[in-house]
Design a protein around this ligand. Sequence first.
Ligand code: CO
Length: 214
Amino acid sequence: MDPYVQIFENNKAWVQSKLAVDKQFFRNLAKDQKPHYLYIGCSDSRVPANVMMGLDEGEVFVHRNVANLVVGADNNINAVIQFGVEFLKIQHIIVCGHYDCGGVKAAMHPTDMGQLNSWLQHIRDVYRIHQKELDGIEDSHRKYDRLVELNVIEQCVNIAKIDHVQRKWFKTGYPKIHAWVYDLHNGLLKELDMNLEAYFSSIRKIYDLNIPDE
Ligand code: CO
């Protein structure tokens, strides 16, 4: 069968498998969504958010783009984060990068990628911020892995720069922001050692929006 046509067969089989366990599955799912997590990850086809987290439909609010970037001028991600935090009341935001990320690799090399140049520039900025550490790593693969990690951490910082996140963060301590990396070679998730509160307090005078306590 044509692999494209096969998708619809797969879909019917999936619907049947869900209904076999719970006849009300779709009726209940359609009522509302109350996800506990906002997942921001790479578009890479090998990193499926719900599947690797072992979570079901309705449990994760997902945003994916090339190299899991949180860009201040990106209306798309701003809308996702605001909707997630303010309307869905999500208390945990996860930024998940992955080793062997093609976007990060492209940004490490002097290559003209056309339309992608301006997007990858944000990863080059992460390199610039951490140039001293990265230039000190001789092994090129280790350097690549470390840039993947630092890129995740800097995207977490970018979330803390957002006005409505700051408003809620300073008042309630939420949303908690988590930095993860997924390893394509063994399927395992790793939580990065990141003290965002300490990191952000060291740069708060730059990014503080002077939001008054309510
Ligand atoms: Co990637």
